[in-house]
Design a protein around this ligand. Structure first.
Ligand code: ADP
Length: 490
């Protein structure tokens, strides 16, 4: 047998196997068009190999022209089949990855959507979670072009649409939080974030966004705000009670102090009178013991109690006044402010022999009087609580950190143990160091109060062996000051 016939036979069988594999291949089904193309190719191959077999086995050469014609068409047919299969593979992969993406997106609790660039209010696609979030079927949502805008709470609608317009005119990115009505009229808080999707040339194609339900978070925030307001009003109430009662204390306290002193004078007169009259020696002795010891000792106790009450009451009034005083917020040159503070306490500084170093300090904004008082209290403490066993050193430094001016008053004094770090800011809290130092336990409470009124903070780092660092952070710009303070300013 001629070898071409053998090869022709092999070609025939191989074509049949190829056809079977393509049609039955694992997990792949072809579209009918592709199947027809493949069938055509196999048919061509079979006819061609059949005609080739006739020719080379010597049966007949009559169909040689048809054989050549079909043979010439086969490469072209192969190209068709190849193209169709490649296209199927590519679109199949794309569809599969789109499916995967869609499943992923549709499994999150967020609503994803796309909207038209020309009419940003009308959605082109909305994920099925819209049903859980707002109770609408996706088709229902897309049916009405104005679904989204019409479900926004009327009080928020204008703001949101304006924001959308602005962001559309700028870079296209949109972030907003607003209230929406669900299908059952329930109010839902939404966090909405969208961005413009562009092609390679930068042309805007459509808007893609994500909406999430933040109702729980908003409710907690509203509750917190409500509680803070109640707390603030209770604090105000408490302060006014303290203020009024401290004021009302004054008259009886002055009476106690005045009558105690009168009682002391009366005792002295009584002593003189007793010494001038004739009474039994035993009784005179007893009377003198009462007038010289018992009554003066009691009067001393009453006096010192009244003095303590006076100090406490004055301290409370000072603290309350601090809360009431209107703030005159302005940019402050802390370098010159500290210079004034230091000048006012020059005598104390010279007397203590301390070396004071003031570095270059950043500006801040605040009420000049209160901020001066804050630094005066910190410097006063730094001098008061120096260690008598070493030469005193005090350093004032500052830097800007996250739009806050952070100042540090550092000393090498007796220091504070960590367990007292928070407590020293409490009203009337004093430590009992070995050395006796005068004070009313209010200096740091006032510092903390002033920092608080300026939306600032105060904290301590200290080592009882080495000294303390008192840090104060104050707003560097009006941006960091809460709206309440800005209102207070105006
Ligand atoms: P006072 O100085 O009148 O006692 P303060 O409120 O100013 O009240 O301070 C509270 C306590 O904190 C003080 O009694 C003192 O023990 C401690 N303290 C404050 N400043 C310093 C300091 N720079 N070094 C060490 N201890 C300090």
């Amino acid at each position: 047998m001629h070898p071409v016939v053998v090869f022709d036979f092999i070609f025939f069988v191989a074509s049949l196997i190829g056809l079977a594999i393509i049609l039955q291949g694992p997990g792949r089904t072809f579209k009918s068009g592709t199947k027809r193309l493949i069938a055509g190719l196999v048919l061509f191959n079979l006819i061609y190999s059949f005609l080739l077999g006739l020719e080379w086995s010597g049966i007949t050469t009559a169909m040689e022209t048809l054989e050549d014609f079909i043979g010439a068409l086969i490469p072209m047919w192969w190209a068709f089949v190849f193209y169709a299969i490649m296209q199927e593979i590519t679109t199949g992969d794309l569809a599969r990855s789109e499916d995967k993406y869609r499943t992923l997106v549709e499994q999150t609790p967020l609503v994803t959507y796309t909207a038209s660039i020309d009419d940003v209010r009308s959605s082109l696609y909305v994920s099925p979670q819209i049903k859980t979030m707002l109770g609408f079927e996706p088709e229902q949502w897309l049916e009405k072009a104005s679904s989204w805008a019409s479900q926004i709470h009327p009080d928020d609608r204008k703001r949101v649409l304006n924001k959308l317009k602005e962001s559309h005119q700028a870079n296209g990115n949109f972030v907003s939080e607003y209230r929406m009505f669900a299908k059952d009229k329930q109010q839902i808080w939404i966090h909405d974030e969208a961005a413009v999707v562009k092609d390679d040339s930068g042309k805007a194609l459509f808007i893609q966004g994500v909406m999430s339900d933040i109702t729980k978070r908003k409710l907690v925030e509203q509750e917190r705000e409500g509680l803070l307001k109640v707390l603030a009003s209770k604090n105000e109430e408490l302060e006014s009670i303290i203020y009024v009662s401290s004021h009302d204390f004054r008259t009886p306290l002055l009476n106690v102090q005045g009558y105690t002193s009168e009682l002391g004078d009366s005792c002295k007169q009584l002593k003189m009178l007793i010494s001038q009259i004739q009474i039994p020696e035993q009784i005179q002795k007893q009377l003198f013991s009462l007038l010289n010891e018992d009554i003066p000792t009691s009067l001393d106790f009453i006096n010192s109690g009244a003095k303590t009450l006076d100090t406490l009451q004055n301290g409370l009034l000072r603290l309350c006044r601090l809360g009431y005083a209107a703030l005159n917020i302005q940019p402050l040159d802390i370098n010159s402010l500290i210079c004034d503070v230091v000048r006012n306490m020059q005598y104390k500084i010279d007397n203590s022999g301390v070396t004071l170093n003031v570095g270059e300090l950043p500006e801040c904004i605040g009420d000049q009087e209160q901020i001066s008082q804050l630094f005066a209290n910190l410097l006063d403490n730094a001098i008061k609580y120096l260690d008598p066993n070493r030469k005193g050193m005090i350093k004032v430094t500052g830097k800007i950190y996250e739009k806050m001016s952070v100042y540090c008053v550092e000393d090498n004094g007796i220091g504070i143990a960590p367990e007292h770090f928070d407590k020293v800011f409490e009203v009337f809290y004093r430590l009992s160091p070995k050395l006796f130092v005068e004070g009313d336990g209010l200096g740091l409470s006032i510092v903390s109060r002033i920092a608080d009124r300026h939306d600032g903070k105060v904290w301590i780092e200290s080592d009882p062996e080495k000294g303390s660092r008192f840090y104060v952070s104050l707003p560097n710009s009006a941006e960091r000051l809460s709206s309440e303070r800005i209102l207070a300013k105006s």
